[in-house]
Design a binder for this molecule. Structure first.
Ligand SMILES: *Cc1c(COP(=O)(O)O)cnc(C)c1O
Length: 456
């Protein structure tokens, strides 16, 4: 039997991030400009300066193919990187498939997901530029805990606006953020104009990522000592995640694996999928490779499969710049019944543009099936996945079962971007038969899209 766990040494940690922006023109793909929320005109670096340190703004617009990772960042990455790649021998057997399944495991980071891959460099560049405080939003708490960890590492104060329903229902990630020294507030809160406006309309609002972003952005924009940090969607965030895919490429080679036929990742804002897939997408764009890339989202928040590719705000209060992306509308509020994560209304502009160009495929899946797949996986492989990567696990399973039908032994690689140890309430709902599938209603998509800004 071939290797099960393919590990790299610290010396193999990537020295650069890969910036896919450099390779889009050769593929005939243009990333539309980012627009000012007031004037609807293209913005420049100065417009973003109240929110982000200049080093990150320059990365956001960079077209350099490789950007060097600072030594201080690589030193912290070494706490958990390089992460293992596994061959799923036991799950292949359980599925009785001739497919060869590999998975990259990002759950070994301090906060249990891929998110510290960007939280650490973001905190680093803020520290370099003298920033004292960082605000952010978090849904279930994955991003908030990653940023809390990173800020603690560099001695920066961290304030997290946490979506209220999660704040109430998921106290453990809140405790984790507090353990790393962060201050956590339930959003909508009375601390910002954006929060107070929502509460005036709906005192019982359970919150959303869009609302929490408005609060965090408002606080950063109105305080000199404070900047804002986003855990997904933006170009520089996706770029920081490419350490994942670069490691996978080395590990597959080390394992003597074939070049992947199919690569699969879940998409909320698009960052783990991008970090995992972009180094391989480059080989499709400019290297003649023919890998299929499948981005998987929930039927409850189907931004790429059911949303529209258009300009929209990143937040509910319309304070962020406008970006062209697949969106369900900035006032999207996910159904409370949805337990699978991946709740953001929009999608990273880079992932959206690649989907629009047909370079990647998107697939929406319902939540009960993702837990079926997660349980099948954990009973064979041992690792308990978070609900988010279970979307990818389900599609890996579907593709492996298709191989069983066709007799093909394709190489399938997916990103297991986080463990599920803080998601046991969702597993509990699944085991007690309380989880229902939910299709986001067509009328609501239409209603939200009617509120989109009109941009030529
Ligand atoms: C945040 C998160 C996601 C969704 O965000 P992306 O930017 O799409 O990666 C998915 N899985 C886990 C474990 C997360 O923490």
């Amino acid at each position: 039997m071939s290797q099960t766990k393919i590990v790299l040494s610290e010396r193999d940690l990537p020295t650069h991030w890969y910036n896919i922006n450099a390779d889009l023109p050769a593929a005939g793909i243009a990333l539309p400009p980012v627009l000012h929320p007031g004037t609807l005109q293209p913005i420049g670096p100065a417009d973003l300066a109240p929110l982000f340190p200049m080093a990150l703004i320059l990365q956001e617009v960079s077209t350099e193919r490789y950007i060097e990772i600072p030594d201080e960042v690589r030193d912290i990455y070494k706490l958990w990187r390089p992460t293992p790649l596994y061959r799923a021998h036991r799950w292949e057997k359980a599925l009785d498939t001739p497919a060869k399944i590999y998975y990259k495991y990002e759950g070994v980071s301090p906060s249990g997901s891929h998110k510290p891959n960007t939280a650490v460099p973001q905190a680093y560049y803020n520290k370099q530029e003298g920033v004292k405080r960082i605000t952010t939003e978090t849904g279930a708490g994955q991003w908030g805990s990653a940023l809390a960890f990173a800020c603690q590492t560099f001695g920066i104060e961290c304030k997290v606006y946490m979506v209220k329903i999660s704040y109430q229902q998921k106290p453990y990630r809140r405790s984790l953020m507090q353990s790393w020294g962060a201050t956590v507030v339930a959003s909508p809160s009375t601390e910002t104009n954006a929060g107070r406006a929502i509460l005036a309309q709906d005192p019982d609002s359970t919150g959303s990522l869009g609302i929490a972003i408005s609060e965090a952005v408002e606080e950063a924009a109105t305080r000199d000592d404070t900047k804002y940090s986003l855990g997904s969607v933006l170009n520089h965030v996706l770029m920081h995640q490419t350490v994942v895919g670069q490691e996978v490429m080395k590990q597959l080679e080390l394992a003597g694996a074939d070049w992947p036929d199919i690569m699969i990742g879940c998409i909320g804002g698009g960052s783990n999928f991008a970090g995992f897939a972009f180094p391989f997408i480059r080989e499709n764009l400019v290297g003649g490779k023919k890998t299929r890339f499948i981005a998987v989202e929930p039927t409850a928040a189907p931004s790429v499969t059911r949303g529209v590719y258009t300009y929209d705000y990143g937040d509910t209060a319309k304070m962020t710049p406008l970006v062209k992306m697949h969106t369900l509308g900035h006032d999207f509020i996910p159904a409370p019944i949805h337990a699978g994560g991946l709740r953001y209304h929009g999608m990273a502009p880079l992932v959206s543009a690649l989907a629009e160009a047909g370079v990647i495929e998107a697939r929406a899946v319902p939540q009960r099936a993702i837990f079926d797949a997660a349980v099948s996986f954990t009973r064979a492989e041992g690792i308990l996945p978070a609900p988010e990567p279970s979307h990818a696990i389900l599609v890996a399973m579907q593709e492996a079962l298709a191989c069983r039908e066709s007799g093909e032994s394709k190489t399938i690689v997916f990103n297991l971007c986080g463990h599920g140890h803080f998601d046991l309430a969702a597993y509990d709902a699944y085991f007690s038969g309380k989880l229902e599938d939910y299709e986001y209603p067509e009328e609501l998509v239409k209603h939200s899209l009617a509120n989109l800004p009109k941009v030529e």
